[in-house]
Ligand binder design. Sequence first.
Ligand SMILES: Nc1nc2c(ncn2[C@@H]2O[C@H](COP(=O)(O)OP(=O)(O)OP(=O)(O)O)[C@@H](O)[C@H]2O)c(=O)[nH]1
Ligand SMILES: [Mg+2]
Length: 293
Amino acid sequence: MYFHPRSTLSSCSARLDKQGRGSRYIMGSGESSTELCQRTLKEKEVKIRRALERLRDKRSVLRKQRLRREFPIVSVIGYTNCGKTTLIKALTGEATMQPCDQLFTTLDVTAHAGLLPSCMPILYMDTIGFLSQLPHSLIQSFSTTLEDVVHSDVILHVRDMSHPNTEQQKASVLSTLRGLQLRPALFNSMLEVHNKVDLVPGYRPPGHHVLAVSALLGHGLDKLKATLEESVLQATDRRVLTLCLRLGGPQLCWLYKEAKVQQVQELPKTDMAHVTVIISQATYGRFRKLFPE
Ligand SMILES: Nc1nc2c(ncn2[C@@H]2O[C@H](COP(=O)(O)OP(=O)(O)OP(=O)(O)O)[C@@H](O)[C@H]2O)c(=O)[nH]1
Ligand SMILES: [Mg+2]
């Protein structure tokens, strides 16, 4: 997160001065522009602290959910205003999410369900935007909100490619992440999403490891979902299989109990079906032992 009280304070005063309210006192209020800024910043800090308090309960709910391993969790992180909320909105179709062109729009870690191409449900975690400098008093609280990132299966790092400081922003996000001591597999499998490419004419991503999207226009999302599915499967040590099985047979029954049957497509005029299943390597091993090909 970036929230530098002193620089914000001076730019805030400068702005007020430019607006012609430069006399040191705001009309009739008896409050100088510096005092006004200080009060505004204080209010903002109180707002952030309240949001962080609310998070505590929510986080424990999410942890329990994760313990049951019902849904893989994808944490969407990135510098503030890079388009995290807009991207999740586009990936999940959730109309209620409110992106906004100002800093700190999202003050809560929230979970949003979405489907990947093989109909696998996952939870996207919308997170508080990172900033490059944080007042000391808030560091602890923000690190706490990022605990969920540590527990996620995959991390999506969203970047605003139209921002002039996009490289510094990336460096700042990565340095904060390093401080979280993520497990190496999680850190190394992080996907980098280059957002707002609609604002950068002729944009070419630097390589296959990067996905270029416009969350606002919905460009590049199918490829992103397919890549995300691969990463989630790898992170959770599972794979998607399509098997040709007898409807009502013991194999299908077994798979319903032991794995996640996603789709059963009946083959006309037979009692067979194409069954798409998400299954761990270990479970597939047991399946093959019980039902050799
Ligand atoms: N042109 C363009 N604008 C975008 C795109 N994605 C997001 N935006 C705009 O960028 C602004 C910030 O978007 P948000 O989704 O709120 O960003 P955020 O990362 O969630 O911001 P915080 O929660 O404040 O950290 C909004 O005005 C969005 O409409 C994009 O792909 N192209
Ligand atoms: Mg947001």
